[in-house]
Design a protein around this ligand. Structure first.
Ligand SMILES: [Zn+2]
Length: 388
């Protein structure tokens, strides 16, 4: 029982094949081979043929930072929310993602983890969730952005462990300059959790103790962190200076201007850049949609989700594929170079880089077919099974 994808324009890190046949079997990619127009593969009983009709075939997207979609947020107590969000993410071509929490109470974090477990126990019917991403609550109260300052607190390994007991935590965004910030990075790494510098007012020197303990990730680079100044380069400067920091970038052309996208993608090592959506419940929704986030009112207007009070950006409505398309258009870089920023880099950081994030023989068959005109997915495969 094989799935044979014909006429695919394969885009994989460092590889572009304009016309290819890709065979999937037992959840893995069995072969990737260039083909000629009109070439017909031999089918056996039970095999499935998919004609990509020239669409891009890319590694399924991995979104390490996303809160919600379709009117649902991962922090909603309703256990159905994560099913809805996972369904929406799958529609974007996301095959794995880290449901991301807000800065909320401990009880709400535990409830979110319980809901993640429920989704996992149900067999993860849509996009997969290897673990959750805690955005806060251990952030700098001066750099909250759209996070509610009421729930900001100091790093607590105890609290982290209580959440991990319910469901794996794969990433935590916190302010490294907070008291105990460096030891917290160490504790995270010991637990297989990626510590990430985010919602931070740190100076470069305040990042370094956590960096020395192994912190190598930055949450939504440039947003809610100390800007670059020529006498104190801040976290933005750190992101440019230190090559091996994996930086998350919201590529909706709203959170960062086009020139900053150029600066990042043209000057930085692409091996350490991760495109994220940081999408909220208003993604996949229409303009005018209003909602509350961690107790704060947000309105979606002209595609921008902003706090009603103060006007801070509250996250995005971006789809992963559009993020890739935006960077491709803004920088002119080839897709085969940029595509590592939507899956493979993320996989490498979490130790899955030898089996996930490439359209290559032996890799897990998490794939997306992207229509070249609309940039909308026409098919999505998770573990070799066509789910959309
Ligand atoms: Zn976020």
């Amino acid at each position: 029982m094989k799935t044979i994808i014909i006429n695919a324009h394969v885009i994989s890190p460092g590889v572009e094949i304009r016309r290819a046949t890709v065979v999937l079997e037992r959840g893995k990619i069995k072969s990737v081979a260039a083909s000629k127009a009109g070439e017909k593969p031999s089918l056996k009983v039970g095999d499935t043929l998919v004609d990509a009709k020239g669409a891009y075939l890319m590694p399924g997207f991995i979104d390490v930072h996303t809160h919600g979609a379709l009117g649902c947020d991962f922090c909603d107590p309703d256990g159905n929310a994560i099913f809805e969000v996972s369904k929406a993410k799958l529609q974007e071509g996301v095959t794995s993602y880290f449901p991301t929490t807000l800065t909320v109470s401990r009880a709400e974090l535990i409830k979110a983890a319980k809901n993640a477990k429920k989704y996992a126990d149900a067999g993860m019917p849509y996009a997969k969730i290897p673990g959750i991403h805690l955005e806060g609550p251990y952030i700098n109260v001066k750099c909250c952005g759209a996070q509610n300052p009421k729930f900001v607190r100091s790093p607590s390994v105890k609290e982290l462990d209580a959440i991990r007991k319910v469901y794996p935590v794969v990433q935590i965004s916190y302010a490294p300059e907070t008291k105990g910030g460096a030891q917290f990075a160490k504790a995270c790494i010991e637990r297989g959790v990626v510590p990430s510098c985010g919602h931070t007012g740190a100076k470069l020197a305040e990042l370094m103790p956590a960096y020395r303990e192994g912190l190598r990730h930055m949450t939504h680079f440039c947003n809610q962190m100390t800007p670059l100044h020529h006498r104190e380069i801040g976290m933005v400067g750190a992101g440019f200076l230190i090559d091996d920091l994996d930086i998350e970038v919201i590529c909706d052309r709203i959170h960062l201007c086009d020139d900053m996208l150029r600066l990042i993608f043209l000057k930085r090592d692409l091996a350490h850049v991760q495109i994220i959506t940081d999408s909220l419940r208003c993604s996949h929704c229409d303009d005018g949609y209003a909602f509350e986030m961690g107790g704060l009112k947000v309105l979606l207007k002209n595609g921008e989700a902003r706090l009603v009070e103060g006007g801070n950006l509250a996250g995005s409505t971006l789809w992963m594929g559009d993020g890739l398309k935006n960077v491709h258009e803004v920088t002119g870089l080839p897709l085969k170079d940029l595509v590592r920023c939507t899956s493979w880099n993320q996989a490498i950081e979490h130790g899955w880089g030898k089996q996930l994030g490439k359209v290559e023989k032996g890799f897990i068959a998490d794939l997306v077919l992207i229509d070249k005109k609309t940039w909308r997915p026409s098919a999505v495969f998770v573990d070799g099974i066509q789910k959309m």
